[in-house]
Write a protein that binds this ligand. Structure first.
Ligand code: CU
Length: 109
């Protein structure tokens, strides 16, 4: 193979490798459905860097508010959702400010 062509081929392969890594960088996402004034599932386990999405299927707003105030979605409108990217390991209890009986747990490993 002529030397110049060989070098171009290396560049093409390198570019493809960079692209593959970039595509893999979307963090895994976990979903919690809010329905009938409940979080389902109630306990979710994720790793630091992963994303958790709460989707509100009720016809009224809810919140996802950590008991220790580490995170707070504020109002999640009916049909709306809220995303949270975990940055710290720990066990986080949360509830809804409108419905204190709604309880959920987020375990970040
Ligand atoms: Cu609520």
């Amino acid at each position: 193979m002529p030397r110049k062509l060989g070098r171009s081929l290396v560049w093409v392969l390198a570019a493809a490798a960079v692209h593959a890594v970039a595509a893999d960088q979307t963090p895994p996402t976990h979903q919690v459905v809010i329905e009938a004034v409940q979080y389902a599932p109630q306990l979710i386990t994720a790793k630091v860097g992963e994303v958790i999405v709460w989707v509100n299927h009720d016809p009224f707003p809810h919140t996802v508010t950590a008991t220790g105030k580490q995170f707070d979605s504020h109002d999640i409108a009916p049909g709306g959702s809220w995303k949270f990217q975990a940055t710290k390991a720990g066990l986080f209890e949360y509830s809804c400010t409108y419905h204190p009986a709604m309880k959920g747990m987020l375990r970040i490993e």
